[in-house]
Design a protein around this ligand. Structure first.
Ligand code: CA
Ligand code: CA
Length: 175
């Protein structure tokens, strides 16, 4: 895992590079162009939105310097995680690599479900998931697993929910 927080001077430096218009806050556009998949594709705007939503404590829709440290650490930790599971250093996560990653996170899924994940998150259609979609995939899994466990009170992995409750679950977790 990454060490602690980097020093303030370093963060100030990175922040000012990302905050291109020098407004004192990082918006979705600035964050998107700062983040990289390493393959010249635009970073998934859903992942950008997700990150801003996660660290924008003041609800301004942007990230100010006080919020930036945690965002920086989050991105760096994901980068390390991504690199460690990209065993063949291809720059993306194959189905086999995804299996290893997700199993390491403590999930158990059938092969069929990995097919579904690949179809949904391999946006390039080349048999690999890039950095932005890898984050998206893991966060979506985590979010829905948490929502499920809240309803699965006896922890048997099965829930019975009504139609409206189901819709509520889907619509209240826009991921
Ligand atoms: Ca700005
Ligand atoms: Ca790979």
């Amino acid at each position: 895992m990454a060490g602690g927080m980097p020093d303030r001077t370093f963060l100030v430096n990175v922040f000012s590079q990302v905050d291109r218009d020098r407004s004192g806050a990082i918006d979705a556009k600035e964050l998107q162009s700062a983040l990289s998949n390493g393959n010249w594709t635009a970073f998934n705007p859903d992942t950008v939105r997700l990150m801003i939503g996660m660290f924008d404590r003041k609800g301004t829709g942007t990230i100010n310097f006080d919020e930036f440290g945690s965002l920086w650490k989050y991105v760096t930790d994901w980068q390390q995680c991504f690199r460690s599971f990209d065993r063949d250093h291809s720059g993306n996560i194959s189905k086999e690599e995804l299996k290893t990653a997700i199993t390491t996170f403590g999930y158990r899924f059938s092969d069929q479900f990995y097919e579904i994940l690949m179809r949904r998150f391999d946006r390039s259609g080349k048999g690999g998931i890039y950095f932005d979609d890898f984050i998206q995939c893991c966060v979506v899994l985590h979010t829905f697993t948490q929502a499920f466990s809240q309803l699965d009170q006896d922890r048997d992995g099965v829930i019975t929910i009504g139609y409206e409750q189901f819709l509520h679950l889907v619509f209240s977790h826009r991921v």
